[in-house]
Write a protein that binds this ligand. Sequence first.
Ligand SMILES: [Zn+2]
Ligand SMILES: [Zn+2]
Length: 245
Amino acid sequence: MRTIADYHVHSTYSRHNHGKSTIEEIVQKASALGLKEIAITDHGPGHWIYGIQWEKIRKAKEKVIKMRQKYPHMKILLGVEANILDYDGNTDITDQVLKYCDIILCGYHMGARFSSLTDGWNFTVMNKLGIKNKKIFEKMREKNTDAVVKAMNRYKINIWTHPGDKIPLDIDILAKAAEKTGTVLEINDSHNHLNAAEIKIAAKYNVRFVINSDAHIKDKIGSCEKGLKAAADAGLDLSRIINLK
Ligand SMILES: [Zn+2]
Ligand SMILES: [Zn+2]
């Protein structure tokens, strides 16, 4: 069992040296690994530190189109890992993003440019306080989940990345929404979410999963061992993972 596609890789188009490899290096590596599909998915422009700049999305797409000519045996996608920005479920998936991107990933990131001070406070400070206070934890989990479900309903999101990483989510409710919207849930090989317990809960619904590397350097592309172990521990039918063969 191995991955034949990796839909979550960061490149040098992220700011501040976040992704270490160029698009060409990523495609080269993916091809050498025998992957059939690769998606370049830098952080959305709504990320303070790492987000791709507007004008670079077009340039990244030009590069991807060039790579398609050079590596015709591979399906090469330009995507973005967008950010949830507030509790109304708004994200940085704008018309510009949709114009150039072939695949949309979205997730929660601490460095996002939140819509308001209150949103920023709740996402970061209150969720941190919840680690030590059960009542706050439960309230925040409900609030966070509601925001993610709203985002899933508002936008066409192909993959929700590392659900439950950094902020708690009610995976049962999330998976129900993912079933309705057709959003694939990510088992992230770099972060520990979804973990085995979460996969087990999500699997009750008619959802599909993907194991992505979330590589920030080309050597990590296609890695799936940790994700595969979590899926196996959860007893997941592996045919529900869209990028395994
Ligand atoms: Zn992420
Ligand atoms: Zn990522």
